[in-house]
Design a protein around this ligand. Structure first.
Ligand SMILES: *[C@@H]1O[C@H](CO)[C@@H](O)[C@H](O)[C@H]1NC(C)=O
Ligand SMILES: *[C@@H]1O[C@H](CO)[C@@H](O)[C@H](O)[C@H]1NC(C)=O
Ligand SMILES: *[C@@H]1O[C@H](CO)[C@@H](O)[C@H](O)[C@H]1NC(C)=O
Ligand SMILES: *[C@@H]1O[C@H](CO)[C@@H](O)[C@H](O)[C@H]1NC(C)=O
Ligand SMILES: *[C@@H]1O[C@H](CO)[C@@H](O)[C@H](O)[C@H]1NC(C)=O
Length: 348
């Protein structure tokens, strides 16, 4: 049971949920995000709840080899609440010449695909990354690659192009690789500083519209003062999966392997009228003069996902005066001065 108690600064505090989203998490750890969008216009390419959020790929050339270079690649998830969960990320790019990867260490590679005609390269890695706002230490993924048939000096090396990131599933767009000041490292004994021979960065940002046309969760509502439960709207998450859903009492629900998440992050929902992978139920338990209290129940209808750790982000005009949260770790999220009082994530 999870409860929040609010100061009663405004009697009419429930506005309803217009948009909810489910985002990835770390180490089979997941993040659930619900956005109560009240006064925000629907922003397209960036997330109004995390306007500077991004994933940065840093490519440090640490040595030149006979036919190319060895690079230390670091992927940092600078997002407040969106993590990369199972089965991990896929990074793709287009080589500038006919480069090849001779070896790769530091991550568990699930697949490596190359399309020689278009010089495209895709690495799928069983790498999970937490959101920086949730767990900074788990928000970085690093590996080393040895690249061959490439330039062997900073004058002849060519930057790869058209980076794309699946996290898992669609949602990220990546900018061009840019040469940035070379990373300065401490040597392993931490006594000396050394410097990468050349560094380039690529920044990827998330867009909910790219990820899915439909929300991935819905909110239902009830209160102590009225027996009527306002359910999730019918087809709240789109009904195009209606033929692929699983009846809760069917044999299919117990089939082996059904709980395995997919690379494209597609859900396998239980058949419900709302067809949402996640439902958040918001129950107003008390409404006193001084404070009100809600109980939040979150139900997972997605057979492909086990959530062991998640974050709920709720935007509500009263959340600036939360006085007590039971069973939760609670942390305010303040991306914008003007709407700061509406935005708070809750994470477990
Ligand atoms: C990426 O996020 C970090 C951390 O919030 C921020 O400092 C940096 O400016 C962002 N980069 C871009 C290109 O937005
Ligand atoms: C390049 O990426 C790293 C994160 O890996 C970041 O710390 C650094 O500030 C970035 N540099 C630029 C110039 O954006
Ligand atoms: C390229 O390497 C040379 C020699 O190591 C160095 O002096 C120069 O600053 C480097 N240029 C860039 C753009 O990193
Ligand atoms: C309870 O809610 C329903 C639906 O919103 C409404 O029609 C009804 O009048 C409410 N009843 C009371 C006692 O407030
Ligand atoms: C998810 O949980 C169920 C029930 O505990 C378990 O049978 C299944 O193996 C789990 N799946 C994954 C991918 O962890």
């Amino acid at each position: 049971m999870e409860e929040m108690r609010f100061n009663q600064s405004n009697q009419t505090c429930y506005y309803g949920c217009r948009k909810c989203c489910l985002f990835p998490g770390m180490k089979s750890i997941c993040i659930l995000v619900v956005v109560f969008l009240l006064m925000l216009p629907n922003a397209g390419a960036y997330d109004p709840l995390d306007p500077t959020g991004n994933i940065t790929i840093k490519w440090d050339i640490v040595s030149w080899t006979a036919d190319g270079h060895v690079a230390a690649v670091t992927i940092s998830n600078f997002q407040m609440y969106r993590s990369i969960m199972n089965p991990g990320w896929t990074l793709g790019w287009q080589w500038a010449k006919k480069e090849v990867i001779w070896s790769m260490v530091g991550v568990k590679l699930l697949s490596k695909e190359t399309v020689p005609s278009s010089k495209e390269m895709y690495l799928t890695v069983a790498g999970v990354m937490s959101a920086w706002g949730q767990d900074p230490t788990g928000s970085v993924s690093a590996f080393q690659v040895s690249v061959g048939l490439a330039g062997t000096s900073n004058k002849t090396v060519k930057l790869p192009k058209n980076f794309n990131l699946l996290g898992p599933g669609l949602g990220y767009t990546c900018g061009p690789a840019k040469v940035v000041p070379s990373t300065v490292y401490l040597t392993p004994d931490r006594r000396r500083k050394t410097q990468a021979l050349m560094t380039w960065n690529v920044t990827c940002t998330y867009s909910q519209y790219l990820a899915s046309r439909n929300p991935s969760c819905c909110v239902s509502f009830s209160s102590f003062y009225n027996e009527t439960i306002t359910p999730c709207p019918t087809c709240a998450c789109g009904c195009q999966n209606k033929n692929n859903c699983v009846m809760s009492d069917s044999k299919q629900a117990h089939r082996k392997g059904i709980n395995t998440p997919r690379k494209d992050n597609a859900p396998l929902p239980q058949c419900t009228h709302h067809m949402c992978p996640i439902r958040v139920h918001w129950h107003v338990k008390l409404n006193y003069k001084d404070y009100w209290r809600v109980k939040i129940a979150i139900t997972n209808f997605n057979y492909r996902m086990n959530y062991t750790q998640w974050t709920l982000v709720a935007q509500h005009p009263n959340l600036n005066s939360v006085t007590q949260v039971f069973s939760f770790d609670y942390k305010p999220l303040v991306p914008y001065e003007s709407i700061s009082e509406c935005l708070k994530p809750i994470s477990i």
